[in-house]
Design a protein around this ligand. Structure first.
Ligand SMILES: Nc1ncnc2c1ncn2[C@@H]1O[C@H](COP(=O)(O)OP(=O)(O)OP(=O)(O)O)[C@@H](O)[C@H]1O
Ligand SMILES: *[C@@H]1O[C@H](CO)[C@@H](O)[C@H](O)[C@H]1NC(C)=O
Ligand SMILES: *[C@@H]1O[C@H](CO)[C@@H](O)[C@H](O)[C@H]1NC(C)=O
Ligand SMILES: *[C@@H]1O[C@H](CO)[C@@H](O)[C@H](O)[C@H]1NC(C)=O
Ligand SMILES: *[C@@H]1O[C@H](CO)[C@@H](O)[C@H](O)[C@H]1NC(C)=O
Ligand SMILES: *[C@@H]1O[C@H](CO)[C@@H](O)[C@H](O)[C@H]1NC(C)=O
Ligand SMILES: *[C@@H]1O[C@H](CO)[C@@H](O)[C@H](O)[C@H]1NC(C)=O
Length: 906
C-alpha cells in the first residue's frame, strides 16, 4: 500500500540522517550553512575541503573564513554546535537575518561580522565565549537597537571589540576592570549615552573610538588621564563636558579628536608637550583661556571662532580674565560661565560680573543660587576692585580662603548656605561677611578665631580680636532677643488671624450694599523694633475692604467712559480720587459669578495681599457687594503689553523698541522669579501672557492677574490641578496632565519672549497652519541666525549689531524656556540672569532702580487712604500700617547686594 511505502521511505531517510550525523558531528550544521549562504563554490559532502573552511584532525570545523565573497543569505541558527570553532570571519558580505547565538563556543577566538546586513544580536550572544579575543560587528546598520551586555565582563580575553555603526544604544557598561587585555574599543556612530565608565581607569586600551554618538556621551573626560596606553582617542561629536584633563601620562597619544563637544576650561599646558602628538582637534567646544600652541608638526584644529578662548592669537589673557578663569576652574568650569565669558574683557557683558563705571574693574561677582559645586578659588583675591562677592546658596565645599581678607575694597561677602568648612577668616570691619548655613564652617575651634564658631550669622562689624567669652555673651544675648522676638511675632500673628476672621462690620440692612468692611488691626507692627523680616507679616491676614460707595463715586458710577478693558471675569474701570490719584477697579459681573468666580476672587485676594513686589501689580483693596466682587488695583497708565505689542495701530501708539521689550521681559522675569522663589511662599502664576502684563509710565512692566495663581506646595512644587490658563501659552505637560510646576510659568514666559521678538500672538488663526502656533514655528527658526532674523518683528530697528545680538540671546532663551521637558527649562532666576546684562548694556550707569519700590508710578498710599477716608466720611477702612506695605521686602542677600550697587544677577 502506498501508505506503507511512504512510512518506509521516511524511516530510511531518518536512518540515513542519523548515520551522516555520527559520521561527522558538524556535517548537519555545515550542510545547513551551505544551503543558507550563496553563492558558494562548495561541492561534495566533505566540508573540510570546502573553500574557506578549516577542520582539525577529527574533522571538526575550527575556522569559517569567508571575507568579501559577496555572500547573501543567513547564518544557520545552530552554528553554535560547531563546538570546536575558533574563527568565524564573514566580513564584508551581504549576509542578513538574525545573528545566531554563539553562546558556549568556548574555543572561539575571532568573530568578524562587520560590513553585513545582520538584523539582530541575541542577548546571550557572548555568553561563555571564554576565549574570545577579537569581535567585530561594525557597519551593520540594520541591527535592531541593542545594548552592550554587562556579561561582556566574562570575556576576559577580549583584545579588540569593534561595533561602530551598529545601532547600539544605552550606556557603556562598567566592565573594564575585567577586560584587562582590551586594547581596541571602537563604538563610533551609535546611540550610546551616559558617561565614560569609571572602570576605564588604568585600562590598557590603546585605541578608543567613541565618536559621533547620536545623542552623545556626556560627563567629563577625567578618566582618560589614567589610561596611559592610549594612542588614538576619538571622542568627537558627543556631549562631553568639563575641561580637558591632564593627559601627561598618555605619552603614546598621537591622535586626539575632541571637537564638537561641550568642553570648557583652559587647555592644560601638558597637552602641548605630549611627545607623540601628531593631530588634535578641539574646535566647536567652549574652551577658555589662552589659545594653546602646539609644535609646528602637529596638525591642530583649535577653532578660534568656535571656542571661547580669550584671544584669537596665543598669549596670556587679561589679569582679571585669568583670575576669573581660575575661579571658574575651581567650580569645574560650568557651561553657563563658558558660554557667557567670552573675549578678553570681563566687563563686556559677562554673566554674574559687574564692573565699575569706568567699565574696567570688576566690582562684583554674583554666583548666588547657581547650583555651583567645587571650591572657592583664592584667585578671587586678584580681583582687587571687588566690592561684593556673592557665593550663597550653592554646593561649595572646602574653606573660605584666608587671602580674601586682603581684598582692599570688599564690602560684602556672602557664602551662606553651602557646605564650607575650615576656619572662619576674620575680615576687616567694613566687610559684611554672611556665612550662615554652613554646618561645618568654623567647627574646628582650635584653628578658628576665638569665639567665632558659635556666632553663626552675619559677623559684620565684629570687633577685631574680641575675647572669646565676650563674644559668647553677645551671642547668648542675641539668641535670647531673637527668641523673644519670634515668640512675640508668633503670638501677634495668631492674634491678627483671629481678628481678621471676624468681619469688622456685618450686614448693613439699611444700606443693603455694604456687606463687609473690616479693619485691619496691627498698629503694633509699626513699632520701630520690627526688623525687615517681620515686615512681611504685614500682608499675612491683611484684609482691606473698600465700600461700594467710594468705588461708585470714584468711577463715576462705573461709567462707560471709565472702562479700561474687559477680561474673562468682568470689566475694569478707572477711578480717580479727588487728589488725582488713579486706581483700577475690576468688577466681576454677577453673571459669571459662579462658585468658580468666587474661588478665583478669594485666591486673588489671598495671594495679592501677601505678595508685594515692584514688578507685580499691587492690590489695594477689595469689596464684596451682594453678588458682585470688586478688586482695587494700582492703576497702570500704559495698559497691557498686548495692546502695545499687537494693537498699537488701533491705540495709535508707536511700536515698542527692542530696548523697551527686553526691559519689559526683565521686569516680568523678576516679577515671576519673585513669585516662584523670593516670596516667602512659592507661587505659580499659571496664566502669564501679554494681557496680564501691565505697563507703567516709562513702560516698566508689572505682572497682573493672580486669579489663577496656585500656591505651590512646599518642597514638591507640583500639584495636579484642573487646567486653567490660556491656549498658546500652556506648557505641553500642563496641557496633557494638568501637572503644575513653576516650569509652567517659565514656558509661558518663553512664549511671551517669542511674542516680544516677533510681534506675533501665541496663537494666530489668521496664519497658515504651520505658522499659527508661535512656539512650534519659532522654535523651527532657531536653527539658524538667518531664519531668526526673518522672524523678527518688522517694526523693530535691527540695524545695530548690538540689537541683533541681543535679540539672538533672547531668542535662544525663549527656546530654552519652551523646551519640551520641564526639567530642560531653566528657572526664572536664570532667565533674569540672561536678560539683566542685555538691559544693562543700554544704561551707561546703573540707576539704583532696585532700591526704589515704585519709581515709575507714585501711588502715595497714605494720601490715597486719607482721601478714601474723607470720601467715606468715616475712618474705619484702613489702618495706617497698610502704608507700610509700600516698602519692598529686601531680606535676601541678593537684594542686599543691590543696595551695595552691584549687579542684578542672582
Ligand atoms: N491695574 C490696571 N491698570 C490699568 N488697566 C488695567 C488694569 N487692570 C486691568 N486693566 C485693563 O483691563 C483689561 C481687562 O483686565 P482683566 O485682568 O480683567 O482681563 P485679562 O487679563 O485681559 O483677561 P482674563 O481675566 O481672562 O485673564 C486689561 O486688558 C487692561 O486693559
Ligand atoms: C541590506 O538590506 C537592505 C534591504 O533590507 C538593502 O537595501 C541593502 O542594500 C543591504 N545592504 C547590504 C550592505 O547588503
Ligand atoms: C550554554 O551553557 C549553559 C551551561 O552549560 C547552558 O545553561 C546554556 O543553555 C547554554 N546555552 C546555549 C545557547 O546552548
Ligand atoms: C537614541 O536613543 C534614545 C534613547 O536613549 C532614543 O530616544 C532616540 O530616539 C535614539 N536615537 C536614534 C537616532 O535612534
Ligand atoms: C601619572 O602617573 C603617575 C604615576 O602613576 C601618577 O602618580 C600621576 O598622578 C599621574 N598623573 C596624572 C595626571 O594622572
Ligand atoms: C591623525 O593622524 C594619524 C597619523 O598621521 C592618522 O592615521 C589619523 O587618521 C589622523 N586622524 C584624523 C582624524 O585625521
Ligand atoms: C582699576 O584698577 C586699577 C588696578 O587695580 C587701579 O589702578 C584703577 O585705579 C582702578 N580704576 C578704578 C576706576 O577704580
Amino acid at each position: 500500500m502506498a501508505f506503507h511505502d511512504a512510512r518506509h521511505l521516511i524511516i530510511l531517510c531518518l536512518t540515513f540522517l542519523l548515520i551522516s550525523f555520527t559520521a561527522g558531528e558538524d556535517s548537519a550544521v555545515m550542510t545547513k550553512l551551505s544551503t543558507s549562504l550563496s553563492p558558494t563554490t562548495w561541492t561534495g559532502t566533505d566540508f573540510c575541503k570546502w573553500d574557506g573552511i578549516t577542520c582539525d584532525k577529527s574533522n571538526r570545523v575550527t575556522s569559517i573564513n569567508l571575507p568579501s565573497k559577496s555572500l547573501t543569505g543567513t547564518l544557520p541558527s545552530d552554528i553554535n554546535q560547531l563546538s570546536q570553532l575558533k574563527t568565524l570571519a564573514v566580513q564584508r558580505n551581504s549576509i542578513a537575518g538574525d545573528l545566531p547565538t554563539l553562546a558556549n563556543l568556548t574555543f572561539l577566538e575571532q568573530v568578524i561580522l562587520d560590513g553585513n546586513n545582520f538584523t539582530s544580536i541575541p542577548p546571550d550572544f557572548f555568553s561563555g565565549l571564554n576565549n574570545l579575543q577579537s569581535f567585530s560587528v561594525s557597519d551593520n546598520r540594520d541591527l535592531s537597537p541593542w545594548i552592550l551586555p554587562e556579561t561582556l565582563n566574562q570575556n576576559s580575553n577580549l583584545q579588540s571589540f569593534q561595533a561602530s555603526n551598529a545601532n547600539i544604544m544605552g550606556s557603556i557598561p562598567d566592565i573594564f576592570e575585567s577586560l584587562h587585555n582590551l586594547q581596541n574599543l571602537r563604538l563610533s556612530y551609535n546611540n550610546l549615552t551616559g558617561t565614560l565608565p569609571r572602570s576605564l581607569t588604568g585600562s590598557q586600551i590603546q585605541n578608543l573610538w567613541l565618536n559621533n554618538q547620536n545623542q552623545g556621551l556626556s560627563g567629563t573626560l577625567d578618566v582618560i588621564s589614567s589610561m596611559s596606553q592610549l594612542n588614538q582617542v576619538w571622542l568627537q561629536a558627543n556631549s562631553f563636558t568639563g575641561s580637558i584633563p591632564d593627559l601627561s601620562n598618555c605619552t603614546n597619544l598621537f591622535d586626539l579628536q575632541l571637537r564638537d563637544n561641550q568642553l570648557t576650561g583652559v587647555v592644560p599646558q601638558s597637552l602641548m608637550y605630549l611627545p607623540k602628538l601628531a593631530n588634535i582637534t578641539v574646535q566647536n567646544n567652549k574652551l577658555q583661556g589662552p589659545l594653546p600652541v602646539f609644535n609646528s608638526d602637529v596638525i591642530a584644529e583649535l577653532g578660534t571662532n568656535t571656542n571661547s578662548f580669550c584671544l584669537p592669537t596665543p598669549g596670556p589673557c587679561d589679569p582679571q580674565v585669568t583670575a576669573l578663569l581660575a575661579v571658574a576652574g575651581a567650580i569645574g568650569y560650568p557651561m553657563s560661565l563658558a558660554q557667557s565669558w567670552q573675549g578678553n574683557d570681563a566687563c563686556q557683558k559677562w554673566n554674574f560680573i559687574s564692573c565699575d563705571s569706568s567699565g574696567k574693574n570688576v566690582t562684583s561677582v554674583s554666583f548666588g543660587k547657581q547650583k555651583f559645586s567645587g571650591t572657592i578659588s583664592p584667585a578671587f583675591a586678584n580681583l582687587t576692585s571687588l566690592r561684593s562677592l556673592l557665593l550663597n546658596d550653592n554646593n561649595l565645599v572646602g574653606s573660605v580662603p584666608e587671602i580674601l581678607t586682603s581684598l582692599p575694597n570688599l564690602q560684602l561677602l556672602d557664602v551662606s548656605n553651602n557646605d564650607l568648612s575650615g576656619p572662619i577668616p576674620v575680615f576687616p570691619e567694613r566687610v559684611k561677611f554672611v556665612h550662615t548655613g554652613n554646618a561645618l564652617l568654623g567647627q574646628n575651634v582650635s584653628s578658628g578665631p576665638p569665639g567665632s564658631s558659635n556666632t553663626g550669622g552675619s559677623s559684620s562689624g565684629r570687633a577685631k580680636g574680641g575675647s572669646g567669652s565676650s563674644g559668647m555673651v553677645v551671642g547668648i544675648v542675641i539668641g535670647v532677643l531673637v527668641f523673644v522676638v519670634i515668640i512675640l511675632f508668633v503670638c501677634y500673628k495668631c492674634y491678627v488671624k483671629e481678628k481678621s476672621q471676624k468681619p469688622g462690620k456685618a450686614q448693613d440692612p439699611e444700606n443693603g450694599k455694604v456687606v463687609k468692611a473690616s479693619v485691619m488691626g496691627g498698629s503694633g507692627l509699626q513699632s520701630p523694633s520690627s526688623g525687615d523680616h517681620t515686615e512681611m507679616s504685614v500682608f499675612e491676614g491683611g484684609n482691606v475692604t473698600i465700600s461700594i460707595q467710594v468705588l461708585r463715586e470714584v468711577t463715576d458710577s462705573f461709567s462707560e467712559e471709565n472702562v479700561l478693558g474687559r477680561g474673562g471675569f468682568g470689566v475694569v474701570y478707572k477711578g480717580i480720587l479727588h487728589n488725582g490719584t488713579k486706581i483700577a477697579v475690576k468688577r466681576m459681573d454677577s453673571s459669571v459669578m459662579g462658585t468658580k468666580g468666587l474661588k478665583e476672587f478669594q485666591a486673588e485676594i489671598a495671594v495679592l495681599t501677601k505678595v508685594r513686589h515692584r514688578h507685580l501689580v499691587a492690590l489695594l483693596g477689595y469689596c464684596i457687594n451682594g453678588n458682585e466682587r470688586l478688586l482695587v488695583y494700582e492703576y497702570m497708565p500704559q495698559g497691557t503689553l498686548s495692546q502695545h505689542l499687537f494693537e498699537w495701530r488701533e491705540y495709535k501708539t508707536s511700536p515698542l523698541s527692542w530696548k523697551q521689550r527686553v526691559s519689559i521681559a526683565l521686569d516680568v522675569g523678576r516679577g515671576v522669579e519673585y513669585l516662584h522663589s523670593l516670596a516667602q511662599q512659592s507661587f505659580i502664576h499659571r496664566d502669564l501672557k501679554p494681557s496680564n502684563i501691565l505697563l507703567g509710565d516709562d513702560t516698566r512692566a508689572k505682572v497682573a492677574d493672580f486669579g489663577l495663581v496656585k500656591n505651590a506646595p512646599d518642597g514638591k512644587y507640583s500639584v495636579e490641578t484642573r487646567v486653567a490658563g490660556t491656549f498658546g501659552y500652556l506648557a505641553p505637560e500642563y496641557a496633557a496632565t494638568g501637572r503644575v510646576t513653576t516650569k509652567v510659568d517659565v514656558y509661558a514666559f518663553g512664549v511671551v519672549l517669542m511674542e516680544l521678538i516677533t510681534g506675533r500672538r501665541a496663537l494666530d488663526e489668521t496664519m497658515p497652519d504651520d505658522k499659527s502656533h508661535l512656539v512650534t514655528w519659532f522654535r523651527r527658526t532657531l536653527i539658524s541666525k538667518e531664519s531668526v532674523i526673518k522672524a523678527i518683528d518688522q517694526t523693530l530697528d535691527t540695524d545695530e549689531e548690538e540689537t541683533l545680538e541681543s535679540i539672538f540671546k533672547v531668542a535662544e532663551l525663549a527656546g530654552h524656556c519652551t523646551a519640551r521637558e520641564p526639567y530642560q527649562r531653566p528657572d526664572m532666576g536664570h532667565a533674569v540672569n540672561v536678560l539683566a546684562p542685555l538691559v544693562e548694556q543700554w544704561k551707561p550707569s546703573r540707576p539704583d532702580e532696585d532700591d526704589g519700590y515704585d519709581n515709575d508710578h507714585h501711588l502715595n498710599l497714605p494720601q490715597l487712604l486719607q482721601r478714601l477716608q474723607a470720601d467715606e466720611g468715616t475712618s474705619r477702612m484702613f489702618d495706617d500700617s497698610f502704608g507700610q506695605t509700600q516698602s519692598s521686602i529686601p531680606s535676601k542677600p541678593s537684594e542686599l547686594a543691590d543696595t551695595f550697587g552691584t549687579t542684578d544677577c542672582r
